[in-house]
Design a protein around this ligand. Structure first.
Ligand code: ARG
Length: 476
């Protein structure tokens, strides 16, 4: 008996350990739809070029239809002995349709095959992620719309800085996720290129029509022009498209992680700004009073895992000589896990922030709820309107640096009296500068401060509404 399915060259069989070590079938199975789509496009082109007969093509199509049904229904028997999904599917095809199945691999190698599979699969996942990013942005927009005028202390260095609109704060994340979606779209363009036809590393002696295959697989640009990998050595060996995706996914998770950190802080007893629905929290096995923010904490934790995969993938590439090396089989698990983690995270966050429609009642369930007085109280604590007083003095003719110094003295005085600037009597304020008048109290109010920041991108409710309108139009 032959030691290996494909060759008479081998004198001894693989040990079980080596078999297990080198096989990828346990995890690359999930590429099956891409693998079959690629094979069908290749076979159709082989027939069009007269390299296989129309009867062979029909047999291959029939065999692949059956294999799809078998895999789809879980009846397909994956064999470790056949190493990876490519060889498993090909062996089954040959068992089903005989010689026609043996002709499928004409002008093809697993090297261009697997690169094609990975690109096709990832393209589909990027499209799903695009939809999830859109849903998350819409969830944030929806919550922001409810809280345009709600005042939150804005922080720098985690010290109270200036009052901001809670809606404005949430829309900062919409900007981040919008850029993430843009990055994904750019990555998709470079993912969507065809390696097939490059064969093992050098191209092939058969007159293949690569453009035809690219069109069949939708690997085309906006004008419908086919997008082909242009150098066979590069096409089969580089995984930069996976690394790029992984970098974009990492950044997106970093944005989720920053939001998570804020949710966790905001729902701690010391802040008490928000609550999230119970189904996103868990209790403690010992402390009966606990509701812990496990979901945002896990998202923050899983960010480490996704960034770790990026490091894994980029390190995988760095020492590889041209062209294909088996190292590249290690691209799959990190990439798959990155996609799974990102998709679950985006889904759960949209639900956690905005809630979801209960199919039974049609009501919106869950979503975050805010404690407006706690937010305003916190904003009143840290002299959040000190800058507004300085700006007031500038309007009275003081140079900004002098105004800054004058207000610093006023803050010092207020803090010795343990009161806010707005609680100092007018006479006391006038002691810092004679031009201070009664209208200062409007300036020193949280609301006055918010309304005043009415430049493009600022936190004034008018600006926040303009941002909301822009996002609504963009996401429609
Ligand atoms: N399972 C392999 C991978 O994931 C497929 C390509 C193998 N090619 C080869 N010549 N061994 O990369």
């Amino acid at each position: 008996a032959k030691a290996q399915a494909w060759s008479a060259l081998f004198d001894e069989p693989m040990s079980d350990l080596v078999k297990r070590y080198t096989a990828s079938v346990s995890f690359d199975q999930r590429l099956w739809q891409a693998d079959i789509a690629g094979s069908l496009a290749h076979a159709e082109m082989l027939a069009a070029q007269g390299l296989i007969s129309e009867e062979d093509l029909a047999s291959i199509e029939r065999g692949m239809a059956q294999i799809s049904a078998e895999i789809g229904s879980g009846r397909f028997v994956w064999k470790l002995d056949l190493e990876d999904l490519h060889l498993n599917i090909e062996a089954r095809l040959i068992a089903l349709v005989g010689d026609a199945g043996k002709r499928l691999h004409t002008g093809r190698s697993r090297n261009d095959q697997v690169a094609t599979d990975m690109r096709l699969w990832l393209r589909g996942e990027i499209d799903l992620i695009d939809g999830l990013l859109r849903a998350l942005q819409l969830a944030l927009v929806e919550v922001a719309e409810q809280h345009v005028a709600l005042i939150l202390p804005g922080f720098t260095h985690l010290q109270v800085a200036q009052p901001v609109s809670f809606g404005h704060h949430l829309l900062a994340y919409v900007e981040m996720f919008a850029r993430d979606a843009e990055r994904m779209a750019e990555v998709r363009r470079r993912v969507n290129m065809l390696p097939l036809g490059c064969a093992a590393l050098a191209g092939t002696s058969y007159p293949l029509d690569r453009e035809r295959v690219a069109r069949t697989l939708g690997m085309v640009d906006a004008d419908g022009a086919p997008r082909l990998c242009q150098n066979s050595l590069d096409a089969v060996s580089d995984r930069d498209f996976a690394i790029e995706f992984s970098a974009a996914a990492s950044l997106c998770m970093v944005h989720v992680s920053r939001l998570s950190e804020e949710l966790i802080l905001w729902m701690s007893q010391n802040y008490g700004f928000i609550r999230i629905a119970d189904r996103f929290t868990t209790g403690s096995s010992i402390m009966p009073q606990k509701k812990n923010p496990d979901v945002p904490e896990l998202a923050r934790g899983k960010t480490g895992r996704v960034v770790g995969h990026l490091m894994g993938l980029i390190t995988l590439m760095k020492g590889q000589p041209l062209a294909y090396n088996k190292d590249n089989q290690e691209d799959k698990e990190p990439l798959f896990d990155t996609v799974d983690t990102l998709k679950d995270t985006l889904r759960i966050f949209a639900d956690m922030l905005a809630g979801q429609i209960d199919p039974a009642t049609g009501n919106k369930e869950g979503g975050i709820s805010v404690n407006a007085p706690a937010m305003e109280q916190a904003a009143l604590k840290g002299y959040a309107t000190a800058t507004d007083l300085a700006d007031y003095l500038v309007r009275k003719g003081l140079p900004f640096r002098d105004a800054h110094e004058t207000v610093a003295q006023a803050v010092k005085a207020a803090s010795t009296h343990a009161c806010d600037l707005s609680e100092l009597p007018l006479a006391v304020l006038q002691g810092f500068h004679p031009q201070i008048e009664k209208d200062v109290y409007q300036v020193l109010s949280l609301r006055g401060s918010l309304d005043a920041r009415n430049t493009l991108g600022g936190t004034a409710p008018a600006q926040v509404r303009a941002q909301l309108a822009r996002h609504r139009a963009r996401l429609a």
